[in-house]
Design a binder for this molecule. Sequence first.
Ligand code: ATP
Ligand code: MG
Ligand code: MG
Ligand code: MG
Length: 473
Amino acid sequence: MKTTADIRQAFLDFFAEREHRVVASSSLVPANDPTLLFTNAGMNQFKDVFLGSEKRAYTRAASSQRCVRAGGKHNDLENVGYTARHHTFFEMLGNFSFGDYFKKEAIEFAWGFLTGTCGLPPEKLWVTVYADDDEAAEIWLNHIGVEPERLSRIGDKPGKRYESDNFWAMGETGPCGPCTEIFYDHGPEIPGGPPGTPEEDGDRYIEVWNLVFMQFDRSADGTLHPLPAPCVDTGMGLERLAAILQGVHSNYQIDVFEHLITAAARLTGATDRDAPSLKVIADHIRACAFLIADGVLPANDGRGYVLRRIIRRAIRHGYKLGCEDLFFCKMVGPLAEVMGEAYPELARQRDDVAAVLEREERRFGETLDQGMKLLEQAIAGLEDAVIPGSVAFKLYDTFGFPIDLTRDIARERELEVDEAGFEQAMEAQRERARAAGQFGGGDAMPADLAAELPATDFLGYTQHFAERAELLA
Ligand code: ATP
Ligand code: MG
Ligand code: MG
Ligand code: MG
């Protein structure tokens, strides 16, 4: 069997052989981009190269980039445990052209790697192009020879120019352009339709690789400015490719996750290996450990609050499995076993990372049980399917339940949370605090909202990571 580590290496080798410079993954805390919560794609560290404001000694690069999508524009937190293909933390394999090759070579490379190196049968692969991108369609159909029924054109979302699954953008502003995506058909046993059809939401056809043809820089007013030289940015989920090559449907069945789920089952005492909570824990330990290793600490705002929310969700899933002991911090060891070789910075810091998690786990452990009892009582007394805002607020304020944690529990029980009521309770508390003169400027906001905003309090870290990125470069 090809391990995930082998696949990562095969990818980097393939592109090294094609004159790409293999570049190390950058930190999860973006070094040069205050608009970005966490590194969410391989291209982030090359943003200024794409924009033309930074020059490198090479025009082709390849990397396996650690990414977190748990806040900001790309947020997959709510998908974890529900789809076979989403993680909060994942590795994105990518090849990049900085004004070097463009659509034709990019498509040839991708096709060559998947059908050649990886040996995937062409008839299992489906492709999409942006509706207006005749050039890409032509390359697929006439040059590569993809069957027309396996190619679809994806247009804009209704009434929204340049908003499409096939128009990639890093954020509200910055580099963007049309893209072409490659999907893998996991077979008719799994529900779901091909890309571009109304049934596509299933997990049968899984998006594997996205090739972005970066042609524009979008400014704050939405206008597109052509980039000085068109570039290519591609991203392929390592775990998704590993699932295909290891002959399993779900990312959670690949070697790395098998190892983590086994550990999570042992540490929590869970008997049902298929329990979604084990997947969530296995997912969350990767995000949390790598964020901490990259210098983020649990906090009540900004990046640190996103981390705290993920940690607390994981701990609550352990509680749900009936675990009463510390378990989450003990997942760092098994994680380092399976990923420490590729990420020596994780292996090196494993004890420190575990210590940070242990502190947070003990701290939340003091209020989790009481909070859950309060919530259970409230749920038992519900007359409709809505958890009152006042309850969500009490959980937040007294028991340290981030609102999305309460939402996560509500969703499991097919309930909703009265978010407006929660906001009102928050606002009332702010009023009280203001009256008591606690907040000088009167501009405190719910930590939850603050977490969605670009962090303003991380200048120290920015400095730290800029230096670090230099060391890694
Ligand atoms: P999806 O539509 O499945 O949510 P995406 O279109 O949001 O994926 P891209 O932004 O195109 O993803 O990222 C490039 C590639 O990274 C994807 O094709 C996929 O293989 C992988 N990827 C994206 N998000 C995740 C995730 N949350 N977990 C694991 N892999 C992911
Ligand atoms: Mg997505
Ligand atoms: Mg997609
Ligand atoms: Mg995509």
